[in-house]
Each structure stands twice: as structure tokens, then as C-alpha cells.
Ligand binder design. Structure first.
Ligand code: ACM
Ligand code: ZN
Length: 711
């Protein structure tokens, strides 16, 4: 009786105290995780509407950012005032270059009375502000949060890499200026300092060039776009857009305020079809060309033997450098087929004139490309800038001063660092954010392919172990790329970017010892509150409490001895024949390890049921991914035997070939036949030929099959 009464009293007391909301509290578990956080036991600092931001000279814009961020999150706007000397009860922003060993470093000291953010430079102060911003509690309340507490602490933080970048391709699909500004905001939130802006492509030219105004009248628009992955079908929707030089200057300023440099890319001598469509005389054949409606790598490239084409690129680069003050100018150099150059009299004459010879490593046309790239590097360097090129520029004799962006894996970067080039690591294996982020691909928006979940991004090691410490110093940074062939909207860009860019931010900022994926996921969860607040779209796979698990089946065939008369392709054998009746249905991409792949040969499986069984159905599952040359089967046959030697056919069915109008995906096929009693069952699944309207016409289509069921 007495116990009950006490409980009752304490319940009343608890309820009284819970009428008063606890003051929301900041947490320094953010992305990227700060290097050193030393919490202490003192009373917290209370951030409230009358808190003032005091800024040292040169930090006014930083103070305004802090005030704006707090307003976004807590719905009150702090006043900003120049620092006079001994202000208390405020947030003080200061420069203290002598106290830090690195650029962009900062220290935040939170005492009960004051918060001080000291930076090695204004960028350091800005990152301190980003840290404070990301630490703030988000209450989801529409009402102003009257105040919040910041636990007393000292946070010391600096970045591992000086180059922390993200790339965006507004050429395949145009992204308007407001969207690009939001992209820059996203970079700033993740402590990134380089925005690689890919401005020219086969499918659209996006930067106004005063000397060549037709580039943005003609080259910025295509008449339509191929449907799907280079199917024979096109839409007829005119697509395009461009940025004026004034708009780009404004964008440069917008980014600079956020301590982000914009690196413009003029991709040459390949990926130039939009320019050729505008000025056909700049190509080897003279055209006609169209602003490309397909994806991939166009064989029509700038004519390297045409002085006018070289002058054109030089003029373009000079205007680009007038607009962008960036030290780094990206001149592309990737994916330049040499088919036209090999046949072009002008290109061949140029090769002769220059005395270029091929050797066992590279063709004379490869060296011609080096010549073009090196000429343009000189144009850039004459203005005190440095060129960046994709790793293909290593093929030939690359300019010694070029910075290599390693995208085809890390090998190009490794080779370049050994030769003394500075390197930016952006390998497609880990940092191409246009790849799928889940293997449940048929529930994902359409995508270029590949599979790159957040976990894989997070495990990337930017400093290859095979390099010496001195060589590793040439790895100046890390970058992820977002190509937009299959990304038509900015919301979709955001979905592809986050949370993979959170993982990237930690690779760029932190040292590898600080990595802990589970803790990272929890920090990501907090970041998503900010994304929600700013209406940023993002992918949620890593938060899924019920990750997709295997569909398990059990039938007469499950786990029985199964042999194949023809082996699958070596690359697509994975765990071998037993995978076909392991009771787990195939899922994901064709290369997920869950499908056996055959091209030309049929899948011809013999299953020993180990005793006579009655059966009347075979069911199997196959994947269709037409752009990857994978079609549905053409035919299934079922044969049975009592002794495993002599077989008799009990069922057969032909299957119509999938067309471009049919969706790709995973399909189940079932064949019913008169019930039979047998011990051995042979299932033969044949493939189609690739049809006339497929790029691979004339070759056998692949079939990818998993799980053969008998019942
Ligand atoms: C590239 O992805 N072609 C650089
Ligand atoms: Zn040519």
C-alpha cells in the first residue's frame, strides 16, 4: 500500500517537471567528424535570441552566415557586430593564423559565457561555423526554439586533404542556376572547397562564349533524347540551356563566399560534338553533326590538324579564364576515339609535320592528343593557372605540370604520383555517384549502372598503400563525380549525392583511423534532419531497419545434386551450379553474384532428385537488362529420365523476345506439363540472338538465370 502511494507521488512530480520542455542540446557528432572534441563538465553555453556574433575584421560575411544558419534552424536571428575587444556573452569570430599549422583549421572553445571560433584563415572560421551549425538541435517545431545549450568543450579540427571536391555535369541534363547554387550550399555544408563544373559535352554546350555566340544558340540545345540506355527510340523534346558569363561570375562570387573554388571544365578534344554541330568545319569530316541525342562516346572529335580548331579552343579557354579566377582549369582529355584522326588528311599531315611516331606503348594519334593537350596547357599556364586532365592524358607524353584526375580506378593516379604529378582521386569504383546505391535496382530510379553503396564509398582509401610517403604527398585530394545521362532533375541529383557525399566528406576531411561505419550512419541520421529542414532530397537505404533479405523457396529441386552440361561465362559463374537450386532467388544487378550468365551456350541443367518423384511444373527466374545485352530466354525444354542416361521430353515452350517497349527487370517463367514420375530432370534454357534494333545485333544475347524450381 505504502509503495503504491510513493509511486503515485513520484509520478505526479515527474509529470510536473515534464510540462517544462528540456532545453534542446547541441551534439558535436557531425559529418565530417571533428578531429578532437574535448567535452568538460561545466555549465553549457546557452544560445539565445539576444546572443550577439562579434566578428573580427574580414569575417563579416562569416558572421552573417552563422546568423542565417541559426535562424534557419532555431528561428531567431542573432545580431552581428564588429569585435571591439572584450565582449562577453556572445560568439566571437577571430583569425589566429599563427596558432595553426594548416590552412582551413579552426578551434571552437565553448565556455558557459562565450563561444570563440578561431580560424587559421577565414575558411577555417567558416568550417568552425559549419560545425556549430551541424551541431545544433533540430526540433521540427514551427515555433522559434527560444534557446538551446551548447555543451562546454574545446573542438580542434583541420582537414587531411587540401582539395575536397564534387563534380556536376549540367550538360547531359541542364541544371538551372538556382539548383547549382543549392549544390554549392550542399558542398559547403560538407566542408568541400572545390566545385568541378563540367561545362561542355557532346549533348550540350553550356557556357556563353562571346567570340562564338552560336555555341549557345545552336550547341546548347538538342532536338530530343534517346530513351533508356541507347535504345533505338527517341523523345522529341528539345532540351538544353546555358549560363551567361554574367551568371557565371555571380556563381563564382556565390561559391567564393562559401570558400568554394569553381573549376570549369572544357572537355577536349573529345566530347565536343555540340561544338562541332555549331561549327562543322572544326571536325575531321566537316559534318553535318547534331548536338548528340545519344549517350556514350562520340567518334566525332575536334580535328587536331585544323589550326582553326586549335584557335577555337584557345579562345574558349581564354574567355573561360576571364570568367573563372580558379587556379585549376580542367581541360578534359578523356574518351577521345582516334577513328577520325586515323583517316583525316589534316590530322595525318599534322602528325608528319610534328615528326610524331607511334611506339609499342602508344599510337601516333595518342601522341597527337598529347600535343593538343600540351598546347592548351601552355595557354592555361601562360595566365598563371594549372591544368587538370582526366587520367587518359597519361597516354602519350603528358605535360609535367598537369594534375591528373584518376577516374578509371586508382592506377592512373598511382602512376602519375610516381612520375611526380599532383593527383586527385575520383575512381569510378568508389566515387561515381551516378551508379546505383542499392542492388534492388528495379526499385531504384533509372541509372547508368554500376553498384556503389555508401559502405563502399566509406571504405575507399585515397592514399594507395603501394606509394611511398613522398609519393603520397602528390595525392592532393579526393572528389566524387555526378554525370547526368540518367539524372534529369536536380532532386534526382540530390538523391544520388546524399548520403554518399557524407561518406566522401569524411574521406576528404578525416584520417582513416577515425572511420567507423556504424557511428557514421548515426551521424548521417542527424545530417538528414538538416536535409529535411532545407528540403534536400536524399537516399535512405542505410537507415532501412528491414534491409532487403533473400526470398527463400523450397521445392523438389532445392539442394539436390545439379550439374551443368555447359559452364556459365567465367565472369558470371560466382559460386557455380549449386547456386541454381540453393533455395534463394536471384536479385540485384546481373553482376551481383546472384545470377549465372550464359552467352551462346544454353543453360542445360541436370538435377538428380535422388529418388523417383512426381512432378508437373518447372519454374525459373531470369533477369532482363537489354542495354547490357541481357534478354529473356527464347525457349525452355524439360526432359526426364529414370536412369540418368536416356531422357524423354515432357515439356517445351518458346518465349517471345522482349522489345524496347517492354520493361527490364526480373521475370519468372513457369512451364506446366502432364504429371510424370522421374528421378532425373533436365532443364534446357536457350537465349535469343540480339535483335536488329540493338547495338550488338548479330551476337547472341546473354541469359542470366537463377533458381530452378521443380514441383
Ligand atoms: C569520365 O567519366 N569520362 C571522366
Ligand atoms: Zn582531323
Amino acid at each position: 500500500m505504502r509503495t503504491t502511494f510513493l509511486l503515485f507521488v513520484s509520478a505526479i512530480l515527474l509529470c510536473q517537471s515534464c510540462t517544462q520542455q528540456p532545453m534542446p542540446e547541441a551534439s558535436y557528432d557531425i559529418i565530417p567528424l571533428p578531429k578532437e572534441v574535448t567535452l568538460n563538465e561545466k555549465r553549457p553555453f546557452v544560445l539565445q535570441s539576444n546572443t550577439v556574433v562579434y566578428y573580427e575584421e574580414g569575417l563579416q560575411r562569416e558572421a552573417q552566415f552563422l546568423s542565417e544558419y541559426v535562424d534557419d534552424i532555431l528561428s531567431f536571428k542573432m545580431a552581428c557586430q564588429p569585435l571591439q575587444g572584450k565582449e562577453k556573452n556572445g560568439i566571437v569570430l577571430q583569425l589566429a593564423p599563427a596558432e595553426f599549422g594548416f590552412d582551413e583549421a579552426y578551434e571552437i572553445t565553448i565556455t558557459p559565457k562565450q563561444v570563440t571560433i578561431k580560424g587559421a584563415d577565414a575558411a577555417g572560421v567558416f568550417y568552425g561555423i559549419q560545425t556549430l551549425r551541424k551541431s545544433l538541435p533540430i526540433t521540427n517545431s514551427q515555433l522559434p526554439t527560444p534557446n538551446c545549450q551548447l555543451p562546454t568543450a574545446v573542438i580542434r579540427d583541420w582537414s587531411e586533404f587540401g582539395y575536397r571536391g564534387m563534380h556536376l555535369d549540367p550538360c547531359r541534363h541542364f541544371m538551372d542556376l538556382d539548383s547549382v547554387k543549392i549544390y554549392i550550399d550542399m558542398l559547403a555544408m560538407h566542408n568541400m572547397n572545390q566545385f568541378h563544373f563540367h561545362l561542355t559535352e557532346d549533348q550540350g554546350w553550356r557556357i556563353e562564349i562571346k567570340k562564338y555566340p552560336e555555341l549557345t544558340q545552336v550547341g546548347a540545345y538538342r532536338k530530343g533524347t534517346v530513351i533508356g540506355h541507347n535504345s533505338p527510340l527517341y523523345d522529341t523534346v528539345r532540351h538544353g540551356g546555358f549560363y551567361t558569363q554574367d551568371e557565371l561570375r555571380d556563381l563564382v562570387q556565390y561559391a567564393a563566399e562559401r570558400h568554394i573554388n569553381i573549376i570549369p571544365e572544357i572537355d577536349l578534344p573529345g566530347h565536343m560534338q555540340a561544338a562541332l554541330a555549331t561549327y562543322p568545319k572544326l571536325g575531321c569530316t566537316g559534318g553535318p553533326y547534331e548536338v548528340w541525342r545519344r549517350w556514350g562516346v562520340s567518334e566525332d572529335v575536334l580535328c587536331a590538324g585544323n589550326e582553326e580548331a586549335m584557335q577555337f579552343v584557345e579562345d574558349v579557354l581564354n574567355e573561360v579564364m576571364d570568367v573563372f579566377p580558379s587556379e585549376y582549369i580542367h581541360i578534359g582529355g578523356d574518351e577521345c576515339p582516334k577513328t577520325r584522326w586515323m583517316k583525316c588528311p589534316k590530322c595525318q599531315a599534322k602528325i608528319k609535320e610534328l615528326g610524331i611516331k607511334g611506339d609499342e606503348r602508344f599510337s601516333k594519334e595518342d601522341y597527337l592528343q598529347s600535343y593538343v593537350m600540351n598546347c592548351m596547357a601552355k595557354v592555361v599556364e601562360a595566365r598563371g593557372r594549372r591544368v587538370i586532365g582526366w587520367d587518359e592524358i597519361l597516354e602519350g607524353n603528358v605535360s609535367e605540370t598537369a594534375i591528373i584526375m584518376s577516374w578509371r580506378g586508382t592506377q592512373g593516379g598511382i602512376e602519375a604520383a610516381r612520375k611526380g604529378h599532383d593527383v586527385i582521386m575520383a575512381p569510378s569504383s568508389h566515387l561515381y555517384f551516378d551508379y546505383y546505391q542499392s542492388d534492388d535496382i528495379f526499385n531504384e530510379p533509372p541509372c547508368i549502372g554500376g553498384y556503389l553503396p555508401v559502405e563502399r564509398v566509406y571504405e575507399f582509401q585515397p592514399l594507395p598503400a603501394e606509394l611511398t610517403l613522398a609519393e603520397q604527398k602528390h595525392i592532393i585530394g579526393v572528389q566524387a563525380n555526378i554525370w547526368t545521362e540518367y539524372i534529369a532533375s536536380f532532386q534526382h541529383v540530390q538523391y544520388m549525392a546524399m548520403p554518399r557525399m557524407d561518406a566522401l566528406a569524411e574521406l576528404q576531411w578525416n584520417n582513416p583511423e577515425q572511420r567507423d561505419f556504424q557511428a557514421f550512419v548515426e551521424r548521417c541520421r542527424k545530417m538528414t534532419q538538416l536535409y529535411d529542414l532545407y528540403h534536400y532530397n536524399y537516399a535512405k537505404h542505410i537507415f532501412d531497419p528491414h534491409p532487403k533479405t533473400d526470398t527463400v523457396v523450397s521445392n523438389l529441386a532445392t539442394h539436390k545434386p545439379l550439374t551443368l552440361r555447359f559452364q556459365p561465362a567465367e565472369k558470371y559463374t560466382f559460386e557455380g551450379a549449386a547456386q541454381l537450386n540453393d533455395g534463394k532467388l536471384g536479385r540485384g544487378l546481373y553482376n551481383s553474384g546472384r545470377w549465372l550468365g550464359f552467352q551462346g551456350d544454353p543453360l542445360d541443367a541436370v538435377i538428380d532428385l535422388e529418388q523417383p518423384e512426381t512432378l508437373s511444373h518447372v519454374r525459373f527466374h531470369a533477369l532482363v537488362d537489354k542495354p547490357s545485352w541481357i534478354y529473356n530466354p527464347s525457349e525452355v525444354k524439360v526432359l526426364v529420365s529414370d536412369d540418368g542416361k536416356r531422357y524423354r521430353r515432357v515439356g517445351q515452350q518458346e518465349i517471345m523476345i522482349s522489345t524496347w517497349a517492354d520493361r527490364d527487370g526480373i521475370f519468372s517463367y513457369e512451364l506446366e506439363f502432364e504429371p510424370v514420375v522421374a528421378r532425373y530432370v533436365e532443364v534446357v534454357i536457350n537465349g535469343h540472338e540480339l535483335p536488329k534494333d540493338h547495338d550488338g545485333h548479330g551476337h547472341p544475347a546473354w541469359i542470366f538465370v537463377d533458381e530452378i524450381e521443380l514441383f
